[in-house]
Design a protein around this ligand. Structure first.
Ligand code: ZN
Ligand code: ZN
Length: 254
């Protein structure tokens, strides 16, 4: 069992996550009101109250491939089972209320939601592992920003999320194996074909990379073009890749 976690394996919502020094530090500096409903938050949670969080979290089984609701508890929908795509794990849909606030992490340095959503994500990961749907990775890798973008923004939101996950799950976060070597234009507003073209050759993987199981961490996954591009590099090294994020969009066209 990962250090620092107490868990029961009956129900996803029953996983009890112990707070880390990082979450205590966040709790000390942030106002304790829900960003969504503005009610005072009574518990030790920060950012989003338990009512809003519950409303935003998945209530039904979700296909790990395309993100659509499925009627029975299975890893993939019928369509994805035929040729399993990249596994993407997230506690909620990008379109169910929290998507906007996750965008605020990046654009407004609004870190309040990270803690509570990382907890929800950890619960989901451990739940899926207890069902045998996934194997935990050996290492975590954050989707990198180009160094110029990192200088402008001052932080990489994917790295902040990955660092919190690494602490909660006791899985190492490795740096400097994956680099963003081309400063691409923002993906928003581009069609699928242009997104792929925009990202072609944008990432490089260190030649001595030799892990077998990796989780790639991003804040959100919408079209999946970025994580697909990185997964291709990792799969060339015969690495099993899964993607962990705070919210995902259902695959377009589904
Ligand atoms: Zn609320
Ligand atoms: Zn599916």
């Amino acid at each position: 069992m990962p250090r620092g976690l107490t868990l029961e394996l009956n129900n996803e919502k029953d996983f009890i996550i112990k707070k880390t020094p990082w979450t205590r530090w966040l709790a000390a500096i942030l106002p304790n009101r829900c960003l969504m409903c503005h009610q005072q938050i009574e518990s030790s949670n920060r950012g989003v109250c338990s009512v809003c969080l519950h409303a935003c979290r998945y209530q039904t089984p979700i296909c790990l491939g395309c993100g659509v609701e499925i009627p029975v508890l299975m890893a993939f929908c019928g369509h994805c089972m035929a040729s399993p795509p990249l596994i993407v794990i997230s506690p909620c849909s990008y379109h169910q209320g929290l998507g906007h606030w996750i965008g605020q992490i990046k654009y407004q340095a609004q870190f309040a939601v990270i803690d509570v959503l990382v907890d929800a994500l950890v619960q989901r990961i451990l739940y899926l592992e207890s069902l045998g749907f996934i194997q935990l990775p050996q290492v975590l890798i954050a989707v990198p920003l180009h160094k110029k973008r990192l200088q402008q923004r001052g932080f990489n939101q994917a790295w902040l999320i990955a660092q919190a996950l690494a602490k909660r799950l006791d899985i190492p976060l490795i740096d400097n194996v994956l680099l963003r070597v081309i400063e691409t234009q923002p993906q928003a507003g581009l069609s699928g074909k242009l997104r792929r073209k925009n990202l072609k050759g944008a990432f490089t993987l260190s030649t001595d990379f030799n892990w077998q199981r990796v989780a790639l961490i991003d804040d959100v996954v919408t079209t999946g073009t970025t994580v697909d591009e990185i997964a291709k590099l990792l799969q060339q090294k015969h690495t099993q890749v899964q993607v962990w994020c705070l919210a995902r969009a259902e695959a377009p066209g589904k």
